[in-house]
Design a protein around this ligand. Structure first.
Ligand SMILES: Nc1ncnc2c1ncn2[C@@H]1O[C@H](COP(=O)(O)OP(=O)(O)OP(=O)(O)O)[C@@H](O)[C@H]1O
Length: 335
């Protein structure tokens, strides 16, 4: 378990961490999620000891490490741009932490063999970093970080520099790796999809503060405020409410829309809107709409519903929110 208590960090007059307290359970994969500049990296680097807090404390497995240097905290760290030793082979890069600890060669060979197998680089042990792809290099970085049996693995946007496909593959791979190795892992990301996909807990940061901590389902389904709701998925503004696009039902007929069993506290009721665009997304269809007061929003409906309604551009439909809605006090992040 990692415990951060009342952490504060200022750069000049700017509060990068503004009284942050967070428990990270042992064996969890926790994502620190937030927009650029929200303090994610500062928090991670403070846990690592690469940044000194102005006040507050960090404990790792019950030990107060606030004043300890990084090398005494029992952590492994992987950055977005991993600084591999270019003149060393993959094997020697992974073995580095063990070699400087003067472990016996047989032990190092065994450990490195196991790790290369876990990260899927068995056939690459004699290559140099320049002969690896970006994704392979990050996997090597993870193997190197894991070699010294850290209590905690800290990952700062480890897949941030990779293309979308490799990124998706690697985060699924990270999830499987974590299920195998169970080391307490903290992952910094600004990508809500990545956090939802890979983490078992997510802490959402905004302006140096933690907005909410919870498992992915809780955060998505029961966001505690509009910022979290807007950051964790698409939102549409319907009247003065924020709703998820797939929580909007469309009907041709106002009476049918009114008849929907849809009473949500503060629901804006039935809103007539003109279809501006119908976008097939594969499994679902996104319907872009405009109200008579000129407000635009998007609904996401099943292909079946879209076919039943025979949605055409320029036609008026009746929209109704059936899921959780939330009173607007922030700009929606995306539609
Ligand atoms: N060494 C520094 N000196 C001055 N300001 C800093 C320093 N490091 C970070 N900051 C500021 O602190 C704030 C938080 O930075 P941090 O890197 O923690 O954010 P982040 O959430 O990780 O953002 P990103 O996703 O862009 O990396 C930013 O506004 C940043 O400009």
């Amino acid at each position: 378990m990692i415990t951060v208590t009342n952490a504060r960090k200022r750069y000049g007059s700017f509060a990068a961490l503004d009284d942050v307290s967070l428990d990270i359970p042992k064996g969890s994969l926790t994502a620190l999620l937030g927009p650029s500049g929200s303090g994610k990296s500062t928090l991670l680097r403070s846990i690592a000891g690469l940044e000194a807090l102005d006040s507050g404390s960090v404990t790792i497995q019950g030990r107060d490490v606030t004043e300890e240097p990084p090398q005494r905290r029992g952590i492994g760290f992987v950055f977005q741009h991993y600084a591999a030793f270019k003149h060393m082979t993959v094997r020697d890069n992974v073995a580095f932490g063990l070699s400087i600890r003067r472990r016996p060669k047989a032990e190092i060979d065994k450990k490195v063999g196991e790790l290369l197998e876990i990260v899927g680089l068995e056939g690459f042990r004699h290559r140099y970093p320049a002969q690896l792809s970006g994704g392979q290099r990050q996997r090597m970085a993870l193997a190197r970080a894991l070699a010294v049996d850290p209590q905690v693995l800290l990952l700062d946007e480890p897949f941030g520099a990779l293309d979308a496909k490799v990124r998706t593959d690697l985060r699924q791979w990270l999830r499987r790796l974590h299920d195998e190795v169970h080391v307490t892992t903290v992952l910094v990301t600004h990508d809500q999809e990545e956090a939802l996909d890979v983490a078992d807990r997510i802490a959402v940061l905004n302006k140096g503060r933690i907005e909410q901590v919870g498992d992915p389902v809780a955060l998505y389904e029961r966001p505690s405020n509009d910022f979290v709701m807007g950051f964790l998925g698409s939102v549409a503004r319907l009247g003065d409410q924020l709703v998820r696009p797939h929580d909007i039902v469309l009907e041709r007929d106002r009476v049918a829309a009114l008849a929907l069993d849809a009473e949500v506290a503060g629901s804006p009721g039935v809103v007539p809107a003109v279809v501006e665009r119908v976008v097939p997304l594969g499994f679902e269809v996104r319907v872009e709409l405009r109200t008579d007061t000129g407000e635009r929003f998007a609904a996401q409906v099943s292909r079946h519903d879209a076919a039943r309604l025979q949605l055409q551009r320029g036609e008026t439909v009746q929209a109704r929110a059936i899921g959780r809605s939330s009173v607007v006090d922030v700009e929606p992040v995306a539609i």
